[in-house]
Structures are given as C-alpha cells and as structure tokens.
Design a protein around this ligand. Structure first.
Ligand code: FAD
Length: 393
C-alpha cells in the first residue's frame, strides 16, 4: 500500500478503498512526515547511532501516538489507522518505528490494558504528547525467549514493594521517565507489573552500544537495586504472565505492520532503481529474471498487506488471539526479510550504501525478526495451537 494518488503502487488489492476519511488522514499525515522530514535526514542519525530527538519532538506535534487507546488524551484512531502509522514510520525508519512501538505499544498499552484508573490518568496524556517517555522492561540477560522464567523479584513490605534484578534490551531505558517493570512476587510467585519512575533511587540504565541494527534508537541494560515503589504503582490488572501476554499480542500485531513498512520501502526502492539502472544496454527492468524478482517481492508485500488488514479488523472486533498475532508476526517478518534481501541484491554494490536506504532496512529487520519473540518462538506458539502439544522446553 503506498503512493496514494500516484500509480497503484503496491495497492493491487485496493485496500486504500477500505479506509475511512479519518484513517486516510492519519495515513497521509504519517506518510508525509516520513517522506518530507524523516527520509532526508535519517541515514546520518543511523550512521552516528544518534537518537533523532528533533524528529521525535516533531512526531509529538502530529497526534500520531496512542495506538488507539480510548480517551486519556490519546488521539482517537481505529486499529487500521494505528497499523498504517506503524507501517509508514517503519517504511521511513525502523528506529523511529521501534521508538513508537515501545512508547505506544508496550509502555502505554501496559498501562491502558492493565493499569488502574489513577495510573491511566496520571501517565497516558503526557505519554501521548511524548512529554513522558516510557519503557517496557521484561527481558533479562539470561531470560529472553523464556521471559516467563524471569528472575527479577518483587518483595512486599507493607504499602511498598522492593524490586531487585537486571533487565536487558530495554528500549528507551536510558531516556525514559517511567518503565513498566515485570517482576516475580516472592510471596505468591506470580509475575506482576510495576510502573517505576526512572529517577527512583536504585534504578540505573546503561546504553547498549555497538549495534548493527536499529542504530538510531537506544536500548539499555537496566539495574534495579533495591528499588522501592508504592503499592499504587503496581498494575492491578497484571496478575500473572498471561496478562503480560495480552500486551504482547497487541505489539506482535504492530510488528507485522512494521515489517510491511520495511518491505514496502525495499520493493519501491528496487523498482525505481531497476527502472533507472542500465546494464547490457538496457534498464534492469527489461530482464526477465529482474521482473520475476520484482513480482515475487510485490506478491509478498500484497500478502503481508492482507494479513495486516485482517489483523486490524480482528482487533476491532476483539478477536485478535495470541496465535493469530504470532502467525502474523512470523509470516510478515519472514516475508519482509526475503523482500529486503532481494532488493539489496537488485541494487548491486549500491545496495550496501546507506544512501539507498535498503541496507538500513535490511539490518533493522534483523531486530524485528528477534524482538517481541523470535520467529522460532512465534512458530512454536502457532505449532502448539495446531497440534495441542507445547514444544518449547
Ligand atoms: P534467546 O532466547 O537466547 O534465543 C536465541 C536463539 O534460540 C533464537 O534463535 C531463538 O529463537 C532460539 N530459541 C530459544 N528458545 C527456543 C526453543 N524453545 N526452541 C527452539 N529455539 C529456541 N525486551 C524488552 O523487555 N523490552 C524491550 O523494549 C525490548 N526491545 C528490544 C529491542 C531490540 C533491538 C532487541 C534485539 C531485543 C529487544 N528486547 C526487548 C528483547 C527481545 O524480546 C529478546 O531479544 C527476544 O525475546 C529473544 O530473546 P534473546 O535475545 O534472549 O534470545
């Protein structure tokens, strides 16, 4: 789906016709931001591993942050509008897309789905305006795919909880005002969620450097050293790891849209490049093998779009399940990796230059392939559903 008002672009199944005026207006706002403001500058941020603060400040003015949360100062948007925003930001840049995924998808949705009325009123309006930045701290150095086995502890002392542990890969961890921290209650052994203000004594975050993907957004290792939070900062709806899973199902759906954004960018860049680049006396698009590759890429992009459209409709109906979200995340990240690798090849040597953008998408997709549960873990979630046999351990 792209290029409203231009050619069919990638919209062969005429998905744009399904959009309401409001959805279209969110889409155009996100798309214009990406084309006019993100793409001209993002490569330098990526190369310098610099967080694009000015772009995030600009994003704050566009009323695109909130992922469809109803009320609490969040812009009113349907699941389809949310998906289109994630698609577009990732079509521009995976780091910016990941920033939005953490802020709106993981941190804000944890509070919206599992928080108390007071927590929602306190945090969500400022987060929607990006005045307050959020993080989501689940993964630990020794527990990634098996995050259910997390070792961070929460000990109750009267009206307070004391959190102890280490978290790894926490998006926005060094710049956040608050982090949703997942810890095991050492009383009843259930996994619980806590909103931790990052200036609380004992919270420290160290940026993870040396990444070859998503270089323009920062993840952190977080230490929780005797961090004391009040009982009112515990998410009352988070009673077990199943509740964490409710947040993750929504964000896996978001990653499926994000993967579509990366693949769309790569396909469009490759099509344009092959139309202009001449070898053996004619443009690359004149060769059958090149055409076949471009058509295969388009077919994958269209299939991803149809997955995404259904994800939006199922979310709207309240019928998005863990299995559907896992299947979509697995399918779309897998297809996107194929599309982007083909594009990289079709650009020849230029394909590895940041100037042409494809290499950045290719590198960033490696992170999407892994985060929010690896492709293998999504496969095992679906496998468990279709066979009735859990094959994780
Ligand atoms: P591992 O679990 O060690 O997996 C290594 C390999 O083993 C993978 O191929 C995996 O598929 C495979 N594997 C594992 N178990 C099985 C099995 N049972 N059967 C077969 N194969 C298996 N976490 C957060 O909490 N908050 C964040 O904001 C966040 N952001 C992230 C951003 C980035 C850029 C990255 C890279 C990660 C982020 N994560 C975040 C963590 C992410 O969710 C984990 O990296 C992911 O779940 C995988 O865990 P792991 O890296 O420990 O890999």
């Amino acid at each position: 789906m792209s290029a409203l008002g231009r050619s069919a672009g990638t919209d062969f199944f005429r998905i744009a016709e399904q959009l309401t005026d409001q959805e279209r207006s969110y889409w155009i706002r996100a798309r214009d931001f990406v084309d006019d403001e993100v793409l001209p500058v993002i490569n330098q941020y990526w190369e310098d591993a610099e967080f694009p603060k000015s772009l995030v400040e600009r994003l704050a003015t566009l009323q695109l942050v909130g992922d469809g949360i109803d009320g609490y100062g969040c812009p009113q948007m349907s699941p389809l509008a949310c998906g289109l925003i994630h698609m577009e930001l990732n079509r521009g840049d995976g780091s910016l897309g990941t920033f939005l995924g953490v802020q709106a998808g993981l941190a804000m949705q944890s509070i919206a789905i599992l928080g108390s009325e007071e927590q929602k009123r306190r945090w969500l309006p400022g987060m929607a305006r990006l005045e307050r930045i959020g993080a989501f701290a689940l993964t630990e150095p020794t527990h990634g795919s098996d995050s259910v086995a997390l070792e961070t502890t929460a000990s109750r002392h009267g009206d307070f909880w004391v959190l102890e542990g280490v978290k790894k890969w926490i998006g926005n961890g060094t710049i956040a005002d608050l982090a949703v921290v997942w810890a095991r209650d050492d009383g009843d052994h259930a996994v619980k969620g806590f909103v931790v203000e990052t200036d609380t004594p004992g919270y420290s975050a160290r940026r993870i450097d040396g990444k070859g993907a998503l270089r323009a957004v920062w993840q952190a290792e977080i230490r929780l050293d005797h961090v004391r939070v009040h009982e009112s900062d515990r998410l009352p709806g988070a009673r077990s790891f199943k509740d964490t899973g409710r947040v993750l199902a929504g964000t896996r759906n978001t990653v499926a849209w994000a993967a579509l954004g990366h693949a769309t960018a790569a396909y469009e860049i490759a099509l344009r490049y092959c139309g202009e680049r001449r070898q053996f006396g004619r443009p690359l698009v004149g060769f059958q093998i090149v055409q076949e590759r471009l058509v295969n890429m388009l077919a994958d992009v269209c299939a991803m779009q149809l997955y995404c459209l259904r994800l939006a409709r199922l979310t709207e109906e309240g019928n998005l399940t863990d299995t559907i979200a896992a299947l979509a995340k697995m399918n779309n990240t897998r297809k996107a990796r194929t599309v982007v690798a083909l594009a990289r090849d079709l650009l020849g040597g230029n394909g590895i230059l940041l100037d042409h953008h494809v290499m950045r998408h290719m590198a960033d997709l490696e992170a999407l392939h892994t985060y929010e549960g690896t492709e293998t873990i999504q496969t095992l979630i679906v496998g468990r559903d279709i066979t009735g046999v859990g094959a994780f351990a």
